[in-house]
Design a binder for this molecule. Structure first.
Ligand SMILES: NC(=O)c1ccc[n+]([C@@H]2O[C@H](COP(=O)([O-])OP(=O)(O)OC[C@H]3O[C@@H](n4cnc5c(N)ncnc54)[C@H](OP(=O)(O)O)[C@@H]3O)[C@@H](O)[C@H]2O)c1
Length: 213
């Protein structure tokens, strides 16, 4: 597959790029600067682009089979930029006639019990709230309304950190995945495995999927 990966320079994006390249896909990795450190592969091309600009997304997405996103607002931007990015990416894919989108989303909108989202729980950290709210808005108000693209909104567990690639993970539609002790965790490497599987196998189309152990 020929994949355009938005956010390839990010912590999760670099690991998704590595996983896709290991599986012999060709990856065009986007960052604002055009620099993507730490990815060295003949099938990888780093390019510059602005994911808030639908024209830029359309230009970059042309001639790709699918678009992946590990976009994040970064430390300095207003988290609401995630909603602008979602709008621009959806519009850019339409203009480029690319049908498949897998988006790295947030766990905050996943249910921990019927009718209760993670963000509504008492222990949800205040410092995560602004980006979690923006990620929910990007899904609920933009992506979930889209039926002309084959999108998947793939959300990590409550905690995602650099770790081991075990190849193991579980997914659940709309639900936070936690282990038998109630811990919700996934390594970035195993999240990348799930991301690549979902992309390759066309799993989870029009679903908000949680990933964890
Ligand atoms: N448990 C959870 O729910 C959870 C936990 C962690 C992360 N996440 C989500 O996962 C996603 C990725 O997280 P991360 O930690 O890997 O993020 P990150 O390291 O901050 O990376 C963000 C990426 O987005 C790119 N980017 C930002 N603005 C851009 C723009 N206007 N145009 C093009 N690229 C742009 C950055 O590229 P440059 O800065 O190089 O241009 C970078 O590649 C985020 O949406 C985050 O909220 C969820």
């Amino acid at each position: 597959m020929n994949v355009l990966l938005l956010g390839a320079s990010g912590r999760i994006g670099r690991r998704i790029a590595a996983e896709l390249l290991d599986r012999d896909h060709a990856v065009t990795g986007v960052s604002r600067s055009g620099e993507v450190g730490g990815v060295d592969d003949p099938d990888f091309t780093a390019v510059a682009g602005d994911a808030t600009d639908p024209d830029d997304v359309a230009r970059l997405a042309a001639d790709h089979d699918a678009v992946g996103s590990a976009l994040g607002p970064g430390a300095d931007a207003d988290p609401e930029v995630l909603v602008d990015m979602m709008d621009a990416v959806v519009e850019g894919l339409r203009r480029a006639s690319v049908d498949r989108l897998v988006w790295t989303g947030g766990a905050g909108g996943l249910e921990v019990a019927p009718g209760t989202r993670l963000i509504e729980t008492a222990d949800f950290p205040d410092e995560w709230r602004p980006v979690a709210e923006a990620a929910i808005e990007a899904h609920d108000d933009v992506l979930s309304e889209v039926d002309d693209l084959a999108w998947t909104y793939l959300a990590p567990a409550a905690l995602i950190e650099p770790g081991d690639r075990t190849g193991e993970y579980r997914t659940a539609e709309g639900e936070l995945v936690a282990d038998e002790d109630g811990e919700s965790y996934i390594s970035m490497e195993d999240f990348a495995v799930a991301f690549a599987d979902v992309l390759e196998d066309d799993e989870g189309v029009h679903e908000y999927l949680g990933v964890g152990y």
